[in-house]
Design a protein around this ligand. Structure first.
Ligand SMILES: *Cc1c(COP(=O)(O)O)cnc(C)c1O
Length: 365
């Protein structure tokens, strides 16, 4: 006899993070977790270091300095921002608060894997809507809404496909959902998007009681190791999250470094520019090799390989590994023929293109 976890929990296939090492291989490029190749902002590092002597103190539990900085930067109501230990924590808390056994959590076919994990962890049923050309399909999502649908998740841009929906499509989705269904727009890659018809969703949050936008400091701000995300919510949802989150869920170092990172606009801009240049460069190189590369607005590319053994994504992954390059396998997303490759430094990106050219040409690794 042993304690039994609640229904759903043993159905979870645990999230496998992108790896950072390969036994016996000298690593040249970690391109598996969409981290910032330029590192953290030097100003964030300084703020982090400055905190070292104060580690005996509890963090400020409401993250109020950080929330005020976010509110200033984006023109938001600080009262309706809730910070979390990574946006992953906030996604989990939202499901915990709004969905349980008998309820459905809806997202698109290649949506972020944390959505079904959070659903099952709370006994809710994950439901997927098919995508069209590897892009979320608003009509397909709306068609699958039932009275049991408590949450709809949309990663915009999406990981791992890199696809994005324009503002009007996201609004059409919000308009089509029952007011009792929570709509979570996960905008982890918002800062990378430059197109005019994109919105992270702030105006949708401001106009409704059922739309939440989540953001993270793990991607463009380069603070993945500190674990910090935030949600912009209607007042009713902020109130709910503040009741159930841990009183000190965001550590002091994360709060201090994030404020500094937010102020370092030059660093954020440099990261975006670097990403634009090298994402375009790598996509062109890989397409010239005959590989299929999805259009991406994020800091990564999704690349399709042949289905034949020796030429497939598993072989490409192993080949890159022998060169010390770690991409991300995405079979867990139902994409066994694809690899997701984060845009690295110039040297890392060039090494990746060269390795894949040799792979396609059949040269030994
Ligand atoms: C990386 C990522 C997140 C989570 O980031 P945290 O590190 O938990 O803040 C959330 N959503 C998507 C789509 C992501 O790719």
């Amino acid at each position: 006899m042993a304690p039994t976890p609640r229904p759903g929990i043993m159905d979870i296939a645990a999230y496998v993070p992108g790896s950072h090492s390969i036994p016996g291989v000298e690593i040249k490029a970690v391109l598996s977790a969409n981290e910032n190749p330029l590192g953290p902002s030097p100003r964030a590092v300084a703020a982090y270091r400055a905190l070292a002597e104060k580690l005996h103190r509890y963090p400020e539990g409401g993250s109020s300095v950080l929330r005020a900085a976010l509110a200033r930067q984006y023109g938001l109501d600080a009262q309706r921002i809730v910070c979390g230990n990574g946006s992953d924590e906030l996604l989990g808390l939202l499901v915990h608060a709004y969905a349980g056994p008998g309820d459905e959590v809806l997202y698109s076919q290649y949506g972020f894997l944390m959505y079904p994990i959070a659903a099952k962890a709370n006994g809710a049923t994950p439901v997927t809507a098919p995508e069209k050309d590897y892009r979320a399909d608003v009509d397909a999502i709306l068609k699958r809404v039932t009275p049991r649908t408590k949450i709809v998740f949309l990663a915009n841009p999406n990981n791992p496909t890199g696809s994005v929906l324009p503002r009007e499509e996201v609004q059409r989705l919000a308009d089509g959902l029952p007011k009792t269904c929570l709509f979570v727009i996960d905008a982890a890659y918002a800062e990378y998007v430059v197109s005019n018809d994109y919105s992270a969703g702030v105006e949708l949050v401001d106009g409704r009681d059922n739309v939440v936008m989540t953001r993270t400091f793990s991607k463009i701000h380069g603070l993945a190791g500190l674990r910090l995300g935030w949600a912009y919510c209607p007042a009713n949802v902020a109130d709910v999250l503040n009741r159930i989150r841990g009183p000190f869920n965001v550590n002091a170092a994360a709060q201090a470094a994030a404020v500094a990172a937010l102020e370092d606009v030059a660093f954020t801009d440099a990261t975006r520019t670097h990403n634009d240049i090298w994402r375009g460069w790598l996509a062109d190189r890989l397409k010239a090799l005959g590989l299929t590369v999805l259009p991406s607005v994020g800091n990564f590319l999704l690349v399709r390989f042949a289905a034949t053994p020796g030429h497939n994504a598993v072989a490409a992954d192993a080949y890159l590994a022998r060169r010390g390059i770690i991409p991300r396998k995405v079979a867990a997303y139902g994409l066994p023929d694809w690899l997701r490759i984060t845009i690295g430094t110039e040297a890392e990106t060039r090494a990746t293109a060269e390795a894949l050219a040799d792979f396609v040409a059949g040269k030994p690794a």
